[in-house]
Design a protein around this ligand. Sequence first.
Ligand code: SAH
Ligand code: SF4
Ligand code: F3S
Length: 439
Amino acid sequence: MEKSPHLHRFHITTFGCQMNLADTSTLVSILTDSGFRRVPDEKDADLIILNTCSVRDKAEQRVIGRLGELRRYKQARPEVRLAVVGCMAQRLGEKLVELAPHVDIVLGTDRLFELPQVLARSNGSAAIMTAFGQQEIDDFSPVKETDYSAFVTISRGCDNYCSYCIVPFVRGRERAHSSDHVVDSVKRLVDEGVVEITLLGQNVNSYRHGDTDFPRLLRRVAQETEIPRVRFMTSHPKDLSDELIEVMAAEPRVMPHVHLPLQSGCDRILEKMGRGYTLAHYRSIVDKLRQYLSYVSLTTDLIVGFPSETQEEFQQTLDAVEEIQFDAAFMFRYSVRPGTAAARLSDDVDEAEKIRRLSLLIKLQQKIGSQRNQREVGRIRRSLVEGVSRRSDEYQRARTEGNKTVLFEAANLSPGSVAPIRISSADAFTLHGELVESS
Ligand code: SAH
Ligand code: SF4
Ligand code: F3S
Protein backbone atom coordinates (compact mmCIF):
# COMPACT_ATOMS: atom_id res chain seq x y z
CA MET A 1 0.00 0.00 0.00
CA GLU A 2 1.13 3.57 -0.66
CA LYS A 3 2.88 5.31 2.17
CA SER A 4 2.43 8.92 3.07
CA PRO A 5 5.99 10.25 3.31
CA HIS A 6 5.60 12.67 6.19
CA LEU A 7 3.17 10.99 8.53
CA HIS A 8 4.64 8.18 10.53
CA ARG A 9 3.27 8.27 14.01
CA PHE A 10 -0.41 8.24 14.88
CA HIS A 11 -2.49 8.47 18.01
CA ILE A 12 -6.11 7.32 18.18
CA THR A 13 -8.77 8.01 20.80
CA THR A 14 -11.91 5.89 20.79
CA PHE A 15 -15.28 7.10 22.06
CA GLY A 16 -18.47 5.04 22.29
CA CYS A 17 -19.22 1.35 22.24
CA GLN A 18 -17.42 -1.95 21.59
CA MET A 19 -18.24 -1.59 17.91
CA ASN A 20 -15.98 1.46 17.83
CA LEU A 21 -13.29 -0.35 19.83
CA ALA A 22 -13.40 -3.15 17.26
CA ASP A 23 -13.23 -0.67 14.38
CA THR A 24 -10.30 1.08 16.03
CA SER A 25 -8.39 -2.20 16.33
CA THR A 26 -8.98 -2.97 12.65
CA LEU A 27 -7.96 0.56 11.65
CA VAL A 28 -4.81 0.35 13.76
CA SER A 29 -3.80 -2.86 12.00
CA ILE A 30 -4.51 -1.34 8.56
CA LEU A 31 -2.42 1.73 9.39
CA THR A 32 0.39 -0.37 10.83
CA ASP A 33 0.44 -2.52 7.69
CA SER A 34 0.73 0.71 5.68
CA GLY A 35 3.85 1.77 7.54
CA PHE A 36 2.43 3.92 10.32
CA ARG A 37 3.38 3.49 13.95
CA ARG A 38 0.99 3.93 16.86
CA VAL A 39 2.33 6.07 19.69
CA PRO A 40 0.92 6.17 23.23
CA ASP A 41 1.29 9.94 23.65
CA GLU A 42 -0.69 12.30 21.42
CA LYS A 43 2.16 14.83 21.61
CA ASP A 44 4.43 12.45 19.69
CA ALA A 45 1.93 11.95 16.87
CA ASP A 46 1.79 13.67 13.50
CA LEU A 47 -1.60 12.10 12.78
CA ILE A 48 -4.31 12.40 15.43
CA ILE A 49 -7.47 10.33 15.00
CA LEU A 50 -10.72 10.57 16.95
CA ASN A 51 -13.10 7.62 16.48
CA THR A 52 -16.35 9.18 17.61
CA CYS A 53 -19.79 8.39 19.06
CA SER A 54 -23.18 10.12 18.56
CA VAL A 55 -25.44 8.03 20.73
CA ARG A 56 -26.21 10.77 23.27
CA ASP A 57 -25.59 14.50 23.19
CA LYS A 58 -23.03 14.10 25.98
CA ALA A 59 -20.98 11.73 23.82
CA GLU A 60 -20.80 14.37 21.08
CA GLN A 61 -20.00 17.15 23.54
CA ARG A 62 -16.95 15.21 24.70
CA VAL A 63 -15.68 15.04 21.13
CA ILE A 64 -16.36 18.75 20.62
CA GLY A 65 -14.38 19.44 23.79
CA ARG A 66 -11.44 17.44 22.48
CA LEU A 67 -11.63 19.24 19.14
CA GLY A 68 -11.46 22.57 20.99
CA GLU A 69 -8.26 21.51 22.75
CA LEU A 70 -6.81 20.27 19.49
CA ARG A 71 -7.47 23.60 17.79
CA ARG A 72 -4.90 25.29 20.02
CA TYR A 73 -2.57 22.33 19.61
CA LYS A 74 -2.71 22.59 15.82
CA GLN A 75 -1.98 26.30 15.93
CA ALA A 76 1.35 25.42 17.54
CA ARG A 77 1.95 22.41 15.26
CA PRO A 78 0.18 23.06 11.93
CA GLU A 79 1.81 20.06 10.27
CA VAL A 80 -0.22 17.67 12.42
CA ARG A 81 -3.12 16.05 10.52
CA LEU A 82 -6.43 15.64 12.37
CA ALA A 83 -8.89 12.94 11.30
CA VAL A 84 -12.38 12.54 12.77
CA VAL A 85 -13.90 9.16 11.94
CA GLY A 86 -16.87 7.01 12.97
CA CYS A 87 -20.42 7.82 14.04
CA MET A 88 -20.21 11.57 14.61
CA ALA A 89 -18.19 12.01 11.41
CA GLN A 90 -20.99 10.12 9.66
CA ARG A 91 -23.75 12.21 11.24
CA LEU A 92 -22.21 15.63 10.67
CA GLY A 93 -20.07 15.19 7.55
CA GLU A 94 -19.24 18.63 6.15
CA LYS A 95 -20.83 20.36 9.12
CA LEU A 96 -18.01 19.02 11.23
CA VAL A 97 -15.48 20.98 9.20
CA GLU A 98 -17.63 24.11 9.45
CA LEU A 99 -17.74 23.59 13.20
CA ALA A 100 -14.04 22.77 13.46
CA PRO A 101 -12.10 24.05 10.42
CA HIS A 102 -8.86 22.55 11.73
CA VAL A 103 -10.18 19.06 10.98
CA ASP A 104 -8.42 17.67 7.88
CA ILE A 105 -10.24 14.40 7.30
CA VAL A 106 -13.79 13.24 8.03
CA LEU A 107 -14.52 9.55 7.38
CA GLY A 108 -17.90 7.96 8.13
CA THR A 109 -18.52 4.54 9.62
CA ASP A 110 -18.24 2.75 6.28
CA ARG A 111 -15.18 4.67 5.09
CA LEU A 112 -12.73 4.86 7.99
CA PHE A 113 -10.69 1.91 6.78
CA GLU A 114 -9.77 3.98 3.70
CA LEU A 115 -7.70 6.34 5.83
CA PRO A 116 -4.26 5.33 4.41
CA GLN A 117 -5.40 5.99 0.83
CA VAL A 118 -6.96 9.30 1.82
CA LEU A 119 -3.74 10.38 3.52
CA ALA A 120 -1.64 9.37 0.53
CA ARG A 121 -3.58 11.63 -1.80
CA SER A 122 -4.53 14.45 0.56
CA ASN A 123 -3.81 17.77 -1.05
CA GLY A 124 -4.34 20.21 1.76
CA SER A 125 -8.11 20.63 1.53
CA ALA A 126 -10.35 18.71 3.90
CA ALA A 127 -11.35 15.21 2.75
CA ILE A 128 -14.91 14.24 3.65
CA MET A 129 -16.26 10.78 2.85
CA THR A 130 -19.49 9.44 4.30
CA ALA A 131 -21.21 7.42 1.55
CA PHE A 132 -22.29 3.91 2.49
CA GLY A 133 -21.94 0.72 0.49
CA GLN A 134 -18.53 1.38 -1.06
CA GLN A 135 -16.82 -1.57 0.60
CA GLU A 136 -17.19 -5.34 0.69
CA ILE A 137 -17.98 -6.11 4.29
CA ASP A 138 -15.87 -9.30 4.37
CA ASP A 139 -12.78 -7.42 3.17
CA PHE A 140 -12.15 -6.37 6.74
CA SER A 141 -11.16 -8.76 9.47
CA PRO A 142 -11.20 -8.51 13.23
CA VAL A 143 -7.92 -8.17 15.10
CA LYS A 144 -6.95 -8.70 18.71
CA GLU A 145 -8.07 -6.23 21.34
CA THR A 146 -5.51 -7.52 23.86
CA ASP A 147 -3.02 -10.40 23.59
CA TYR A 148 -5.76 -12.78 24.71
CA SER A 149 -9.11 -11.27 23.63
CA ALA A 150 -10.84 -9.96 20.53
CA PHE A 151 -14.10 -8.44 19.36
CA VAL A 152 -15.46 -10.12 16.26
CA THR A 153 -18.00 -7.99 14.43
CA ILE A 154 -20.67 -10.26 12.88
CA SER A 155 -22.88 -7.53 11.50
CA ARG A 156 -22.66 -3.80 10.93
CA GLY A 157 -25.51 -1.29 11.08
CA CYS A 158 -29.01 -1.66 12.42
CA ASP A 159 -32.49 -1.89 10.89
CA ASN A 160 -34.51 -1.55 14.08
CA TYR A 161 -34.99 2.22 14.20
CA CYS A 162 -35.90 2.41 17.86
CA SER A 163 -37.48 5.85 17.91
CA TYR A 164 -34.86 7.46 20.18
CA CYS A 165 -31.78 6.01 18.52
CA ILE A 166 -29.27 7.54 16.12
CA VAL A 167 -27.40 4.29 15.40
CA PRO A 168 -29.36 3.22 12.27
CA PHE A 169 -28.65 6.67 10.78
CA VAL A 170 -24.94 6.70 11.53
CA ARG A 171 -24.22 3.01 11.02
CA GLY A 172 -26.48 2.37 8.05
CA ARG A 173 -28.49 -0.70 7.10
CA GLU A 174 -27.72 -3.99 8.76
CA ARG A 175 -25.14 -5.99 6.81
CA ALA A 176 -23.93 -9.42 7.94
CA HIS A 177 -20.48 -10.89 7.64
CA SER A 178 -20.63 -14.38 6.16
CA SER A 179 -20.53 -17.18 8.71
CA ASP A 180 -17.39 -18.58 7.04
CA HIS A 181 -15.69 -15.22 7.47
CA VAL A 182 -16.62 -15.20 11.17
CA VAL A 183 -15.53 -18.81 11.77
CA ASP A 184 -12.25 -18.36 9.85
CA SER A 185 -11.53 -15.14 11.73
CA VAL A 186 -12.03 -16.89 15.07
CA LYS A 187 -9.73 -19.75 13.99
CA ARG A 188 -7.04 -17.29 13.04
CA LEU A 189 -7.43 -15.40 16.33
CA VAL A 190 -7.10 -18.68 18.25
CA ASP A 191 -3.84 -19.35 16.37
CA GLU A 192 -2.70 -15.92 17.51
CA GLY A 193 -3.31 -16.86 21.14
CA VAL A 194 -6.75 -15.38 21.74
CA VAL A 195 -8.75 -17.18 24.44
CA GLU A 196 -11.93 -15.11 24.52
CA ILE A 197 -13.92 -13.54 21.71
CA THR A 198 -17.02 -11.38 21.81
CA LEU A 199 -19.29 -11.57 18.78
CA LEU A 200 -20.58 -8.07 18.13
CA GLY A 201 -23.66 -6.62 16.49
CA GLN A 202 -26.22 -3.95 17.39
CA ASN A 203 -28.72 -6.81 17.46
CA VAL A 204 -26.91 -10.13 17.20
CA ASN A 205 -30.21 -11.99 17.30
CA SER A 206 -31.27 -10.63 13.94
CA TYR A 207 -28.07 -11.93 12.31
CA ARG A 208 -28.71 -13.82 9.09
CA HIS A 209 -26.39 -14.74 6.25
CA GLY A 210 -27.77 -17.26 3.76
CA ASP A 211 -29.23 -20.06 5.89
CA THR A 212 -27.25 -19.14 8.95
CA ASP A 213 -29.03 -17.38 11.78
CA PHE A 214 -27.42 -16.36 15.05
CA PRO A 215 -27.90 -19.59 17.05
CA ARG A 216 -26.38 -21.52 14.14
CA LEU A 217 -23.46 -19.14 13.87
CA LEU A 218 -22.82 -19.38 17.59
CA ARG A 219 -22.91 -23.17 17.42
CA ARG A 220 -20.49 -23.17 14.48
CA VAL A 221 -18.05 -20.94 16.36
CA ALA A 222 -18.26 -23.14 19.46
CA GLN A 223 -17.96 -26.43 17.56
CA GLU A 224 -15.64 -25.65 14.66
CA THR A 225 -13.04 -23.59 16.48
CA GLU A 226 -10.91 -24.16 19.56
CA ILE A 227 -11.79 -20.82 21.15
CA PRO A 228 -12.11 -21.44 24.91
CA ARG A 229 -14.59 -18.65 25.68
CA VAL A 230 -17.26 -17.03 23.49
CA ARG A 231 -19.41 -14.02 24.39
CA PHE A 232 -21.88 -12.02 22.32
CA MET A 233 -23.66 -8.67 22.43
CA THR A 234 -26.08 -6.97 22.12
CA SER A 235 -29.19 -9.14 22.30
CA HIS A 236 -32.49 -7.60 21.30
CA PRO A 237 -35.45 -9.05 23.25
CA LYS A 238 -37.74 -9.10 20.23
CA ASP A 239 -35.44 -11.52 18.37
CA LEU A 240 -33.99 -13.70 21.14
CA SER A 241 -35.09 -17.22 20.25
CA ASP A 242 -35.43 -20.53 22.12
CA GLU A 243 -32.73 -21.92 19.80
CA LEU A 244 -30.27 -19.40 21.19
CA ILE A 245 -31.00 -20.56 24.73
CA GLU A 246 -30.57 -24.17 23.58
CA VAL A 247 -27.14 -23.40 22.11
CA MET A 248 -26.11 -21.60 25.29
CA ALA A 249 -27.23 -24.57 27.37
CA ALA A 250 -25.46 -27.10 25.13
CA GLU A 251 -22.15 -25.32 24.53
CA PRO A 252 -20.06 -24.85 27.66
CA ARG A 253 -17.67 -22.53 25.86
CA VAL A 254 -20.45 -20.01 25.34
CA MET A 255 -20.27 -17.83 28.44
CA PRO A 256 -23.44 -17.58 30.54
CA HIS A 257 -24.00 -13.86 30.17
CA VAL A 258 -26.77 -12.08 28.26
CA HIS A 259 -26.85 -8.33 27.79
CA LEU A 260 -30.52 -7.73 27.07
CA PRO A 261 -31.55 -4.07 27.03
CA LEU A 262 -35.02 -3.58 28.51
CA GLN A 263 -35.05 0.26 28.11
CA SER A 264 -38.34 0.72 30.02
CA GLY A 265 -40.66 -1.29 32.24
CA CYS A 266 -43.76 0.39 30.82
CA ASP A 267 -45.55 -1.06 27.78
CA ARG A 268 -46.82 2.31 26.56
CA ILE A 269 -43.27 3.72 26.54
CA LEU A 270 -41.84 0.55 24.95
CA GLU A 271 -44.41 0.97 22.21
CA LYS A 272 -43.45 4.61 21.70
CA MET A 273 -39.81 3.59 21.62
CA GLY A 274 -40.65 1.12 18.84
CA ARG A 275 -38.97 -1.74 20.70
CA GLY A 276 -41.36 -4.44 19.47
CA TYR A 277 -41.93 -6.28 22.78
CA THR A 278 -43.87 -5.90 26.01
CA LEU A 279 -42.63 -6.28 29.56
CA ALA A 280 -44.47 -9.64 29.70
CA HIS A 281 -42.53 -10.89 26.69
CA TYR A 282 -39.26 -9.70 28.16
CA ARG A 283 -40.10 -11.44 31.43
CA SER A 284 -40.84 -14.69 29.59
CA ILE A 285 -37.37 -14.65 27.98
CA VAL A 286 -35.73 -14.07 31.34
CA ASP A 287 -37.73 -16.92 32.86
CA LYS A 288 -36.60 -19.27 30.09
CA LEU A 289 -32.97 -18.22 30.36
CA ARG A 290 -33.02 -18.85 34.11
CA GLN A 291 -34.91 -22.11 33.71
CA TYR A 292 -32.70 -23.70 31.04
CA LEU A 293 -29.28 -22.39 32.04
CA SER A 294 -27.88 -23.59 35.33
CA TYR A 295 -26.34 -20.15 35.75
CA VAL A 296 -26.77 -16.95 33.78
CA SER A 297 -25.77 -13.39 34.43
CA LEU A 298 -28.21 -10.83 33.05
CA THR A 299 -27.41 -7.19 32.33
CA THR A 300 -29.45 -4.46 30.69
CA ASP A 301 -29.74 -0.87 29.45
CA LEU A 302 -32.44 1.51 30.71
CA ILE A 303 -33.54 4.99 29.66
CA VAL A 304 -35.39 7.40 31.97
CA GLY A 305 -37.37 10.46 30.91
CA PHE A 306 -38.42 9.37 27.43
CA PRO A 307 -40.94 11.95 26.05
CA SER A 308 -44.23 11.87 28.00
CA GLU A 309 -43.00 9.33 30.58
CA THR A 310 -45.10 9.93 33.71
CA GLN A 311 -44.11 9.37 37.29
CA GLU A 312 -46.24 6.20 37.33
CA GLU A 313 -44.61 4.92 34.16
CA PHE A 314 -41.17 5.54 35.60
CA GLN A 315 -42.32 3.64 38.69
CA GLN A 316 -43.08 0.68 36.38
CA THR A 317 -39.42 0.69 35.34
CA LEU A 318 -38.38 0.64 39.00
CA ASP A 319 -40.82 -2.21 39.65
CA ALA A 320 -39.52 -4.17 36.67
CA VAL A 321 -35.93 -3.71 37.84
CA GLU A 322 -36.89 -4.86 41.33
CA GLU A 323 -38.70 -7.89 39.92
CA ILE A 324 -36.23 -9.02 37.26
CA GLN A 325 -33.08 -8.56 39.37
CA PHE A 326 -30.38 -7.60 36.90
CA ASP A 327 -26.74 -8.30 37.69
CA ALA A 328 -25.85 -4.87 36.32
CA ALA A 329 -27.34 -2.10 34.22
CA PHE A 330 -26.28 0.85 32.11
CA MET A 331 -28.73 3.64 32.86
CA PHE A 332 -29.23 6.81 30.84
CA ARG A 333 -31.21 10.02 30.73
CA TYR A 334 -33.11 10.32 27.45
CA SER A 335 -31.22 12.57 25.04
CA VAL A 336 -32.88 13.96 21.89
CA ARG A 337 -31.09 12.82 18.74
CA PRO A 338 -31.75 15.02 15.71
CA GLY A 339 -33.54 13.26 12.87
CA THR A 340 -34.88 10.36 14.92
CA ALA A 341 -38.62 9.71 15.21
CA ALA A 342 -38.65 10.60 18.91
CA ALA A 343 -37.08 13.98 18.13
CA ARG A 344 -40.51 15.00 16.79
CA LEU A 345 -42.03 14.41 20.24
CA SER A 346 -41.78 17.09 22.86
CA ASP A 347 -38.85 16.44 25.23
CA ASP A 348 -41.17 17.25 28.10
CA VAL A 349 -39.57 15.59 31.10
CA ASP A 350 -37.35 18.38 32.39
CA GLU A 351 -33.69 17.78 33.07
CA ALA A 352 -34.00 18.04 36.86
CA GLU A 353 -36.71 15.40 36.81
CA LYS A 354 -34.65 13.14 34.54
CA ILE A 355 -31.74 13.47 36.95
CA ARG A 356 -34.00 12.64 39.88
CA ARG A 357 -35.38 9.54 38.14
CA LEU A 358 -31.96 8.40 37.07
CA SER A 359 -30.53 8.68 40.56
CA LEU A 360 -33.46 6.72 42.05
CA LEU A 361 -32.95 4.03 39.44
CA ILE A 362 -29.19 3.87 39.97
CA LYS A 363 -29.68 3.60 43.72
CA LEU A 364 -32.12 0.71 43.32
CA GLN A 365 -29.91 -1.11 40.84
CA GLN A 366 -26.87 -0.72 43.11
CA LYS A 367 -28.74 -2.45 45.91
CA ILE A 368 -29.85 -5.24 43.58
CA GLY A 369 -26.43 -5.58 41.92
CA SER A 370 -24.87 -5.93 45.33
CA GLN A 371 -27.40 -8.63 46.30
CA ARG A 372 -26.79 -10.50 43.04
CA ASN A 373 -23.06 -10.37 43.67
CA GLN A 374 -23.54 -11.64 47.24
CA ARG A 375 -25.06 -14.78 45.73
CA GLU A 376 -21.71 -15.50 44.10
CA VAL A 377 -19.99 -15.87 47.49
CA GLY A 378 -18.81 -19.44 47.99
CA ARG A 379 -18.97 -20.34 44.29
CA ILE A 380 -15.99 -21.23 42.14
CA ARG A 381 -15.91 -19.33 38.85
CA ARG A 382 -13.48 -20.05 36.05
CA SER A 383 -12.11 -16.59 35.41
CA LEU A 384 -10.02 -15.01 32.70
CA VAL A 385 -7.01 -13.18 34.16
CA GLU A 386 -6.70 -9.65 32.78
CA GLY A 387 -3.82 -8.16 34.77
CA VAL A 388 -3.19 -6.53 38.10
CA SER A 389 -5.84 -4.59 39.96
CA ARG A 390 -6.02 -0.93 39.08
CA ARG A 391 -5.82 0.03 42.74
CA SER A 392 -3.07 -2.22 44.05
CA ASP A 393 -0.60 -4.62 42.50
CA GLU A 394 -1.12 -6.93 45.47
CA TYR A 395 -4.23 -8.09 43.63
CA GLN A 396 -4.82 -9.55 40.21
CA ARG A 397 -7.97 -8.88 38.24
CA ALA A 398 -9.99 -11.44 36.32
CA ARG A 399 -13.39 -11.74 34.65
CA THR A 400 -15.82 -14.48 35.65
CA GLU A 401 -17.93 -16.50 33.23
CA GLY A 402 -20.80 -14.12 34.06
CA ASN A 403 -18.60 -11.15 33.04
CA LYS A 404 -18.07 -9.88 36.58
CA THR A 405 -14.76 -8.42 37.72
CA VAL A 406 -13.07 -10.45 40.48
CA LEU A 407 -9.95 -9.44 42.43
CA PHE A 408 -7.73 -12.06 44.05
CA GLU A 409 -4.37 -12.08 45.81
CA ALA A 410 -1.67 -11.75 43.17
CA ALA A 411 -0.36 -15.15 42.11
CA ASN A 412 1.72 -14.15 39.10
CA LEU A 413 -0.76 -15.65 36.65
CA SER A 414 -0.18 -14.33 33.16
CA PRO A 415 -2.94 -12.30 31.52
CA GLY A 416 -5.02 -14.62 29.36
CA SER A 417 -4.82 -17.60 31.67
CA VAL A 418 -8.08 -19.05 32.94
CA ALA A 419 -8.14 -19.89 36.64
CA PRO A 420 -10.72 -21.18 39.11
CA ILE A 421 -11.45 -18.48 41.68
CA ARG A 422 -13.55 -19.09 44.79
CA ILE A 423 -15.60 -15.97 45.52
CA SER A 424 -15.23 -14.85 49.13
CA SER A 425 -16.94 -11.46 49.27
CA ALA A 426 -18.70 -8.94 47.04
CA ASP A 427 -19.97 -5.40 46.70
CA ALA A 428 -22.18 -3.82 44.01
CA PHE A 429 -19.45 -3.72 41.35
CA THR A 430 -16.65 -6.11 42.28
CA LEU A 431 -16.14 -9.62 43.58
CA HIS A 432 -13.22 -10.68 45.75
CA GLY A 433 -11.95 -14.22 45.79
CA GLU A 434 -9.04 -16.59 46.07
CA LEU A 435 -7.32 -18.82 43.61
CA VAL A 436 -8.29 -22.47 44.00
CA GLU A 437 -5.01 -24.39 43.82
CA SER A 438 -5.34 -27.32 41.46
CA SER A 439 -4.15 -30.56 42.98
N1 SAH B 1 -27.88 -1.91 19.86
C1 SAH B 1 -27.96 -1.87 21.23
C2 SAH B 1 -27.51 -0.61 21.92
C3 SAH B 1 -27.16 0.61 21.19
S1 SAH B 1 -26.91 2.09 22.04
C4 SAH B 1 -29.36 -2.17 21.62
O1 SAH B 1 -30.27 -2.14 20.86
O2 SAH B 1 -29.57 -2.44 22.77
C5 SAH B 1 -26.68 1.65 23.72
C6 SAH B 1 -27.73 2.14 24.65
O3 SAH B 1 -27.75 3.55 24.64
C7 SAH B 1 -29.14 1.74 24.31
O4 SAH B 1 -29.44 0.46 24.71
C8 SAH B 1 -29.94 2.79 25.04
O5 SAH B 1 -30.23 2.38 26.35
C9 SAH B 1 -29.02 3.98 25.06
N2 SAH B 1 -29.48 5.03 24.16
C10 SAH B 1 -29.57 4.98 22.83
N3 SAH B 1 -30.08 6.14 22.35
C11 SAH B 1 -30.30 6.93 23.41
C12 SAH B 1 -30.85 8.25 23.58
N4 SAH B 1 -31.25 8.97 22.54
N5 SAH B 1 -30.93 8.75 24.83
C13 SAH B 1 -30.54 8.02 25.90
N6 SAH B 1 -30.05 6.78 25.80
C14 SAH B 1 -29.93 6.23 24.57
FE1 SF4 C 1 -30.48 1.61 18.39
FE2 SF4 C 1 -32.57 0.02 18.63
FE3 SF4 C 1 -30.71 -0.50 16.78
FE4 SF4 C 1 -30.14 -0.82 19.34
S1 SF4 C 1 -31.69 -1.99 18.18
S2 SF4 C 1 -28.87 0.17 17.82
S3 SF4 C 1 -31.28 0.80 20.33
S4 SF4 C 1 -32.09 1.25 16.82
FE1 F3S D 1 -21.53 2.88 19.16
FE2 F3S D 1 -21.88 5.40 19.69
FE3 F3S D 1 -21.76 4.64 17.22
S1 F3S D 1 -22.75 3.73 20.80
S2 F3S D 1 -22.50 2.56 17.18
S3 F3S D 1 -20.12 4.49 18.75
S4 F3S D 1 -23.18 6.12 18.02
